[in-house]
Design a protein around this ligand. Sequence first.
Ligand code: SF4
Length: 153
Amino acid sequence: MSQGPEGYDAGPYVPEGAGLRALRDAAAGCQGCPLYREATQTVFGAGDTSARMLLVGEQPGDQEDRQGRPFVGPAGGVLDRALGEAGIDPEGTYVTNAVKHFKFEPARRGKRRIHKAPDLKEIRACKPWLAEERAAMHAGLVADLKVAARLLG
Ligand code: SF4
Protein backbone atom coordinates (compact mmCIF):
# COMPACT_ATOMS: atom_id res chain seq x y z
CA MET A 1 0.00 0.00 0.00
CA SER A 2 2.67 2.51 0.98
CA GLN A 3 4.39 4.47 -1.73
CA GLY A 4 6.80 5.94 0.77
CA PRO A 5 7.66 9.59 1.21
CA GLU A 6 6.84 11.85 -1.70
CA GLY A 7 4.98 9.22 -3.68
CA TYR A 8 2.23 11.81 -4.23
CA ASP A 9 -0.25 9.97 -2.07
CA ALA A 10 -1.32 10.88 1.46
CA GLY A 11 -3.13 7.56 1.73
CA PRO A 12 -0.38 5.71 3.61
CA TYR A 13 -0.42 8.40 6.31
CA VAL A 14 -4.17 8.43 6.86
CA PRO A 15 -5.44 6.27 9.75
CA GLU A 16 -8.54 4.39 8.67
CA GLY A 17 -11.81 5.19 10.37
CA ALA A 18 -10.21 7.71 12.71
CA GLY A 19 -11.95 10.69 14.24
CA LEU A 20 -11.03 14.25 13.39
CA ARG A 21 -8.60 14.65 16.30
CA ALA A 22 -6.62 11.54 15.31
CA LEU A 23 -6.71 12.63 11.68
CA ARG A 24 -5.35 16.04 12.61
CA ASP A 25 -2.53 14.48 14.63
CA ALA A 26 -1.63 12.09 11.80
CA ALA A 27 -1.76 14.82 9.17
CA ALA A 28 0.93 16.72 11.07
CA GLY A 29 3.40 14.09 9.89
CA CYS A 30 2.22 13.72 6.32
CA GLN A 31 4.87 13.55 3.64
CA GLY A 32 2.48 12.48 0.93
CA CYS A 33 3.85 15.03 -1.51
CA PRO A 34 6.78 17.46 -1.53
CA LEU A 35 4.78 20.44 -0.22
CA TYR A 36 5.54 19.57 3.41
CA ARG A 37 9.21 20.39 2.85
CA GLU A 38 9.01 24.17 2.60
CA ALA A 39 5.82 24.82 4.57
CA THR A 40 5.90 25.54 8.28
CA GLN A 41 3.29 22.97 9.25
CA THR A 42 0.23 21.04 8.15
CA VAL A 43 -2.90 23.15 8.30
CA PHE A 44 -5.75 20.78 9.04
CA GLY A 45 -9.43 21.67 9.14
CA ALA A 46 -10.94 23.47 12.11
CA GLY A 47 -14.28 24.59 13.45
CA ASP A 48 -17.46 22.99 14.65
CA THR A 49 -16.92 19.26 14.22
CA SER A 50 -20.66 18.64 14.42
CA ALA A 51 -21.38 21.28 11.75
CA ARG A 52 -23.73 20.42 8.93
CA MET A 53 -21.71 22.68 6.63
CA LEU A 54 -18.17 21.82 5.50
CA LEU A 55 -16.42 24.63 3.63
CA VAL A 56 -13.45 23.67 1.47
CA GLY A 57 -10.83 26.13 0.24
CA GLU A 58 -7.89 25.51 -2.05
CA GLN A 59 -4.90 25.60 0.28
CA PRO A 60 -3.60 27.51 3.32
CA GLY A 61 -2.04 30.92 2.77
CA ASP A 62 0.90 32.62 4.41
CA GLN A 63 -0.87 33.43 7.68
CA GLU A 64 -2.53 30.04 7.87
CA ASP A 65 0.86 28.39 7.40
CA ARG A 66 2.36 30.43 10.24
CA GLN A 67 -0.57 30.00 12.63
CA GLY A 68 -1.51 26.42 11.75
CA ARG A 69 -5.21 27.17 11.31
CA PRO A 70 -7.28 27.56 8.14
CA PHE A 71 -8.86 30.86 7.11
CA VAL A 72 -7.14 33.10 9.62
CA GLY A 73 -5.58 35.33 6.95
CA PRO A 74 -7.20 37.72 4.47
CA ALA A 75 -9.26 34.91 2.93
CA GLY A 76 -10.73 34.24 6.35
CA GLY A 77 -11.93 37.84 6.61
CA VAL A 78 -13.57 37.58 3.20
CA LEU A 79 -15.18 34.29 4.17
CA ASP A 80 -16.53 35.68 7.46
CA ARG A 81 -18.05 38.65 5.65
CA ALA A 82 -19.62 36.40 3.00
CA LEU A 83 -21.07 34.10 5.64
CA GLY A 84 -22.37 37.08 7.59
CA GLU A 85 -24.10 38.43 4.51
CA ALA A 86 -25.65 35.01 3.94
CA GLY A 87 -26.86 34.90 7.54
CA ILE A 88 -24.61 31.97 8.42
CA ASP A 89 -22.79 31.88 11.75
CA PRO A 90 -19.09 31.12 11.04
CA GLU A 91 -18.92 29.40 14.44
CA GLY A 92 -21.33 26.80 13.13
CA THR A 93 -19.17 25.73 10.20
CA TYR A 94 -16.12 23.55 9.72
CA VAL A 95 -13.48 24.90 7.33
CA THR A 96 -10.66 23.10 5.63
CA ASN A 97 -8.62 23.06 2.44
CA ALA A 98 -8.22 20.59 -0.40
CA VAL A 99 -4.44 20.81 0.09
CA LYS A 100 -3.10 20.98 3.64
CA HIS A 101 0.31 22.57 3.10
CA PHE A 102 1.08 26.08 1.84
CA LYS A 103 2.61 26.15 -1.64
CA PHE A 104 4.58 29.27 -2.41
CA GLU A 105 7.63 30.75 -4.02
CA PRO A 106 9.86 33.39 -2.45
CA ALA A 107 9.48 36.94 -3.70
CA ARG A 108 12.37 38.21 -5.78
CA ARG A 109 13.00 40.86 -3.15
CA GLY A 110 12.41 40.66 0.54
CA LYS A 111 11.08 37.78 2.55
CA ARG A 112 7.57 37.68 1.23
CA ARG A 113 6.20 34.33 0.16
CA ILE A 114 4.06 34.35 -2.96
CA HIS A 115 1.13 31.95 -3.10
CA LYS A 116 1.32 29.34 -5.84
CA ALA A 117 -1.72 27.33 -6.79
CA PRO A 118 -1.33 23.62 -6.11
CA ASP A 119 -1.26 21.44 -9.19
CA LEU A 120 -3.57 18.51 -9.85
CA LYS A 121 -1.00 15.99 -8.66
CA GLU A 122 -0.78 17.69 -5.28
CA ILE A 123 -4.55 18.05 -4.97
CA ARG A 124 -4.98 14.36 -5.75
CA ALA A 125 -2.21 13.41 -3.31
CA CYS A 126 -3.94 15.29 -0.50
CA LYS A 127 -7.44 14.05 -1.29
CA PRO A 128 -7.43 11.18 1.26
CA TRP A 129 -7.35 13.74 4.11
CA LEU A 130 -10.37 15.60 2.78
CA ALA A 131 -12.20 12.34 2.16
CA GLU A 132 -11.63 11.27 5.77
CA GLU A 133 -12.65 14.66 7.12
CA ARG A 134 -15.90 14.39 5.21
CA ALA A 135 -16.46 10.84 6.40
CA ALA A 136 -15.76 11.78 10.04
CA MET A 137 -18.08 14.77 10.01
CA HIS A 138 -21.26 13.62 8.30
CA ALA A 139 -21.78 17.18 7.03
CA GLY A 140 -24.95 17.62 5.03
CA LEU A 141 -23.52 20.36 2.81
CA VAL A 142 -20.04 20.52 1.32
CA ALA A 143 -19.23 23.86 -0.31
CA ASP A 144 -16.21 24.30 -2.55
CA LEU A 145 -15.15 27.88 -1.81
CA LYS A 146 -13.02 28.20 -4.92
CA VAL A 147 -15.97 27.32 -7.08
CA ALA A 148 -18.19 29.62 -5.01
CA ALA A 149 -15.70 32.47 -5.44
CA ARG A 150 -15.76 31.98 -9.20
CA LEU A 151 -19.54 32.00 -9.24
CA LEU A 152 -19.76 35.12 -7.08
CA GLY A 153 -16.83 36.92 -8.62
S1 SF4 B 1 -0.06 18.77 0.91
FE1 SF4 B 1 -1.30 17.06 1.66
S2 SF4 B 1 -0.39 15.22 0.72
FE2 SF4 B 1 1.12 16.90 0.53
S3 SF4 B 1 2.41 16.63 2.34
FE3 SF4 B 1 0.80 18.12 2.85
S4 SF4 B 1 -0.81 16.95 3.85
FE4 SF4 B 1 0.52 15.49 2.76
